[in-house]
Ligand binder design. Structure first.
Ligand SMILES: Nc1ncnc2c1ncn2[C@@H]1O[C@H](COP(=O)(O)OP(=O)(O)OP(=O)(O)O)[C@@H](O)[C@H]1O
Ligand SMILES: [Mg+2]
Length: 408
C-alpha cells in the first residue's frame, strides 16, 4: 500500500511519488506531466472520457457533456445538486470523484503500486471571502477522495508543497497563480530545510482572466450589452447579463444548454434592436459551443501574453468571426486582478510579521504566473526583489510527492 501525491488543479492535474528520494511525476496521459482537469460524458458510447481525450471529444462535436474547472464548484450548492446524466442521477461531486478515481487507476497502472492514501494539494482558500464556504469546499473534496477509493487523504496547502520543491535560499516568497486561485507562502529556506512562516490565498486565477476577456471580446458578439425592446412599451434595456457571465465561466458552461435558456434567447431575437447577435447566441447554445469559445479566449490570452497578435478566433461559430484582443485592453481588463494579487502577496509578509525588504526571492509557480501583468504587479509591490520561475506546472506535485514519500 502506498501514498500518492495529487495536485488536483482547476485546469490541470498531476500525480507523483518519491523514487530514490526524488519526486517522480507520473505521466497521466502519454508523454505529459499533467492531465487537463476535464471530463466528457460520451452519450453515444455511454462512457466517461478524461483529460485531453475529453477535450478532443467536445471539440469534435461528439454528443455528450463536457466539464472543466470542477474544482471551482467545491463548497457551492452546485456541487451536490443531482442531475440526470446517461440514465444516472449524478452530482458534480460524484463526477469529480470519478475523475480522481481515474487518476488513481492510471497511477496504479503506471507504477504497479496500490495507492490506498493520497496527499492532496489544496488552495490556501477555496473561497477567500466566505469561511463557511471554504470549509465546505474542503469537506467536499475530502468526500470526493473517499468516493474515489482512497482510505485517507492528507491535505497540504499548494504553495507550502511547492516550497519544498523549488530552488532558492533565505527568505523565499512562493507565488502560485493557477487556474482558480492565487496562493502565497513565505518561507525560510536553508540547507537544513524549509520553514513556513505564513500562507495566504485569494480566489483569483486564470479562469477569472478568461471570463473577463470573454466578456470584453467574445460575448459582445453574442449580444452582451446589446439592447432589447420592452414588448409593452418603447423602453430599451440591455439583455440580462447573467446568461453571458455564466457562458463566460468555465465551470458553468455545461449547464447553459437547457431548453428554458434557449427559449429565452429565442424571445430576445424577437425583441432585439440587432437580432443577428442573438441568433448567433442561440446557435452557440443549440450547438453546445460554449467551451469552444472559452478555449478560444484562453488561447487568445496566452498568445497576447507571449507577444503575438491577440485574436479570439471564433471560426467555430461562423467562418472568419473573431474578436481582437489588444495587449493594452488585456492589461486594462486584468489590472484589478493583478493589483489584488500584489496586495495579497504583501499581506502574506505582514501576516508573518515581516517587511517586504526581507524577501530575498519571489518564486513563481502556476500557469497564470506567466502573465506579464501579474509579474509587473509583483514588481511594483516588491521593487527590489528578483523573480524566478520554477517548474510552473509541477512544482506543487513535486512537493506533494516528497510528503507522500516521507516515512510515517
Ligand atoms: N503561457 C501562459 N501564459 C499565461 N497563462 C497561462 C499560460 N499557460 C497556461 N496559462 C494559464 O494557467 C492556468 C492553469 O495553470 P495551472 O495548471 O497552474 O492551474 P491549476 O493548478 O490547474 O489551478 P489551481 O491551482 O488554481 O486550482 C490557466 O488559466 C491557463 O490559461
Ligand atoms: Mg495549481
Amino acid at each position: 500500500m502506498a501514498r500518492l501525491g495529487i495536485d488536483f488543479g482547476t485546469s490541470n492535474t498531476a500525480a507523483g511519488v518519491l523514487v530514490g528520494g526524488r519526486p517522480y511525476v507520473i505521466p497521466l496521459e502519454a508523454g505529459a506531466q499533467t492531465l487537463p482537469s476535464a471530463v466528457f460524458m460520451d452519450f453515444a458510447d455511454q462512457k466517461f472520457l478524461y483529460g485531453s481525450s475529453a477535450a478532443r471529444a467536445m471539440m469534435d462535436g461528439q454528443d455528450g457533456r463536457f466539464m472543466r474547472a470542477l474544482k471551482s464548484v467545491l463548497g457551492t450548492p452546485l456541487a451536490r445538486e443531482p442531475r440526470q446524466f446517461m440514465g444516472q442521477r449524478l452530482t458534480l461531486l460524484q463526477i469529480l470523484a470519478r475523475f480522481l478515481a481515474e487518476i488513481k487507476t492510471r497511477a496504479q497502472t503506471h507504477t504497479g503500486l496500490v495507492f490506498d492514501q493520497a496527499v492532496s494539494g489544496r488552495p490556501v482558500r477555496f473561497h477567500s471571502s466566505d469561511a463557511a464556504k471554504d470549509q465546505q469546499a474542503l469537506l467536499d473534496l475530502q468526500e470526493a477522495y473517499a468516493l474515489a477509493g482512497f482510505d485517507a487523504v492528507e491535505f497540504v496547502p499548494e504553495p507550502e508543497a511547492a516550497a519544498l520543491a523549488v530552488n532558492g535560499q533565505g527568505m523565499v516568497l512562493i507565488v502560485d497563480i493557477g487556474g482558480g486561485t492565487s496562493d502565497f507562502t513565505l518561507c525560510e529556506r536553508s540547507s537544513s530545510g524549509t520553514r513556513v512562516l505564513a500562507s495566504k490565498g485569494v480566489r483569483i486565477g486564470g479562469t477569472d482572466f478568461d471570463k473577463a476577456l470573454s466578456l470584453k471580446g467574445a460575448m459582445p458578439l453574442l449580444g452582451y450589452e446589446a439592447m432589447l425592446k420592452d414588448p409593452l412599451g418603447s423602453r430599451y434595456y440591455p439583455a440580462p447579463r447573467s446568461l453571458f457571465h455564466d457562458l463566460a465561466s468555465w465551470e458553468k458552461i455545461a449547464f447553459m444548454y437547457d431548453p428554458v435558456t434557449l427559449r429565452d434567447v429565442n424571445n430576445w431575437i424577437r425583441m432585439a434592436q440587432d437580432p443577428d447577435k442573438f441568433v448567433r447566441l442561440a446557435q452557440v447554445l443549440e450547438s453546445h459551443l460554449g467551451h469552444d469559445i472559452a478555449y478560444a479566449v484562453e488561447a487568445g490570452k496566452i498568445a497576447v501574453n507571449s507577444g503575438h497578435p491577440g485574436t479570439i478566433d471564433l471560426g467555430v461559430i461562423e467562418r472568419d468571426l473573431s474578436a481582437e484582443l489588444k495587449s493594452d485592453v488585456v492589461d486594462q481588463c486584468l489590472s484589478d486582478f493583478a493589483t489584488q494579487i500584489g496586495h495579497a502577496a504583501l499581506e502574506t509578509i505582514a501576516v508573518a510579521g515581516g517587511e517586504k525588504e526581507q524577501v530575498d526571492t519571489i518564486v513563481l509557480v502556476g500557469g497564470s504566473s506567466q502573465m506579464g501583468i501579474v509579474q509587473s504587479s509583483l514588481a511594483t509591490c516588491f521593487p527590489k526583489v528578483p523573480q524566478e520561475t520554477a517548474e510552473v506546472f509541477t512544482a506543487v506535485v513535486h512537493g506533494l510527492a516528497h510528503i507522500a514519500g516521507e516515512a510515517r
